[in-house]
Design a protein around this ligand. Structure first.
Ligand SMILES: Nc1ncnc2c1ncn2[C@@H]1O[C@H](COP(=O)(O)OP(=O)(O)OP(=O)(O)O)[C@@H](O)[C@H]1O
Ligand SMILES: [Mg+2]
Length: 262
């Protein structure tokens, strides 16, 4: 008898991101540098995948290739049912704007705008606007992320942690299918970092699928799965048991990091 788990159509339906055999190389004169060397990655709906590895191992490049920011030299990326290879630059830009959210080390907020307008800006720039509904959603997100009452503040009147939480609101405003993070806590002090980590786990528990690059075991401990890259290849992978407490999972991540010399 075929169980539900074995039914290929259902498995396919839950795979939000499928990257196969990604190679990304750069040519400078006669020299070719291979940054991704055959990476395959499947992310199912609801997963929180942390990507770790030494500096230069290709983590950001992987994120860029699977999110349509960069194009792999070879290999395929299927994202939310769409083949990235079949899209031109405009198509990839639209897919990123409509289906994906991004948080980076730097929150990239515009100083000339209020906190609320920064959160609204990318969606407001998209063709269909959405006015009041977007504003309501932005204010709800600000409430959840502890930014209530700061809507009309200038960017220079809030802390680094608050800025990063505002960038998280901006990323989530359009109900993306997938949230990508590239070291979102790297520039924060440990208290502000802990708040962002809690929020990532909160939004994942609410169903947001995430792929987050991090050097921080405390961030990775909140993931459902941790991938380790070295020299452009996946060299290790751990599923984290959320039946255990966060400290035990953090220990599991630290042991894996130590074993790989990360
Ligand atoms: N345009 C480029 N031309 C040549 N080499 C590049 C280019 N972009 C990136 N690289 C190289 O690719 C490698 C991987 O870079 P990447 O930014 O993906 O690493 P990373 O794992 O994110 O590192 P970090 O932890 O420092 O952010 C690095 O050695 C980098 O120098
Ligand atoms: Mg990087």
């Amino acid at each position: 008898m075929t169980t539900l788990l074995e039914a290929p159509a259902l498995l396919e339906a839950t795979a939000l991101l499928e990257a196969t055999d990604l190679v990304r190389s750069h040519r400078e004169g006669e020299t070719v540098t291979t940054v991704l060397d055959g990476v395959s990655l499947t992310v199912n709906r609801g997963e929180f995948v942390a990507v770790m590895g030494p500096s230069g191992s290709g983590k950001s490049t992987l994120l860029h290739c699977v999110s349509g920011v960069d194009q792999p030299t070879s290999g395929t990326v299927r994202l939310a049912g769409v083949d990235l290879d079949g899209l031109d630059d405009d198509g990839r830009t639209r897919l990123r704007g409509e289906r994906l959210g991004f948080v980076f080390q730097d929150p990239h907020l515009l100083e000339a705008l209020t906190v609320l307008d920064n959160i609204l800006l990318p969606s407001a720039l998209q063709a269909d606007g959405g006015g009041d509904q977007l504003r309501t959603r932005a204010l709800e997100l600000m409430e959840v992320t502890g930014l209530a009452g700061l809507a009309e503040r200038g960017v220079n009147e809030i802390s680094g942690g608050q800025k990063q939480r505002a960038s998280l609101c901006r990323a989530l405003l359009g109900h993306p299918d997938l949230l990508f993070g590239d070291e979102p806590t790297a520039a924060l002090n440990s208290a502000a970092s802990a708040e962002v980590v809690e929020l990532l786990q909160h939004f994942n528990a609410e169903g947001m699928t995430m792929v987050v690059v991090t050097h921080d075991a405390r961030v990775a401990a909140r993931a459902t799965r941790v991938l380790f890259l070295a020299d452009g290849r996946v060299v290790d992978e751990h599923r984290l048991d959320h039946g255990t407490d966060a400290a035990a999972r953090e220990q599991q991540v630290r042991l894996a990091m130590a074993a790989l010399g990360v």
